[in-house]
Write a protein that binds this ligand. Sequence first.
Ligand code: C5P
Length: 231
Amino acid sequence: MNVIPKLFIAIDQNNINEAKKLIQMLPPEICGIKVGKELFTACGPEIIEWIQKKEFKVFLDLKYHDIPNTVKNACFVASKMGVSILNVHALGGKDMMLAAKEGVDKSTNNPYLIAVTLLTSMDSSNLKEIGFTSKINDQILKLSKSAIDSKLDGVVCSAQDIKNVKSMVPKDFLFVTPGIRLTSSSKDDQKRISTPSEAIEMGSSILVIGRPITEAKNPEAVLKKIMNEIS
Ligand code: C5P
């Protein structure tokens, strides 16, 4: 399996020059780059190639959620791009996740395939709103179990969710946690947040951080502060 950094920076930008400027400020020996829907929609696969040429590992965060055949083929194509991590929504169900795994296994690149459980921007009232009657913890447990049964490599969840799931996962299972904030007063649209050190203490394997770094006056300084906090 590929070796990946503990920290991925979410470059949520649609201007290629701004994105490149930000990426060039970051050290590839310390962090990877997360390419999400905004950057990928604006810039396409070329941006991934450009980032990889700069020696960064790429997490392609497109959260596939579609019929199994479509997801299988999308995962195959994404794997061929040489990304280190890609993901699907666990809400797409086990058949879809098994198909995703099949797509990844068809390529020779072996990226980590992980499943988003519940977005860190959602809380129990959002869950109710979309018709789910389970408690948030139970829902995350169900979705994680389904990802484990589908032989996925990990889940995306909030740091607080890890303790509920940890006891039933294989040793090298990945817990990827967004919703990282340096202080609890700066949430943006995230609801289930944690600081970098809290996330590591709670068992996070990889932290995903966007705006606290990308919108900082001095992104390098914030990155350094975070690295000091977690190392
Ligand atoms: O700017 P911020 O640190 O909130 O960015 C978090 C990143 O992680 C965003 O790119 C978002 O799409 C992604 N993400 C998330 N919650 C998930 C899965 C991915 O916030 N459950």
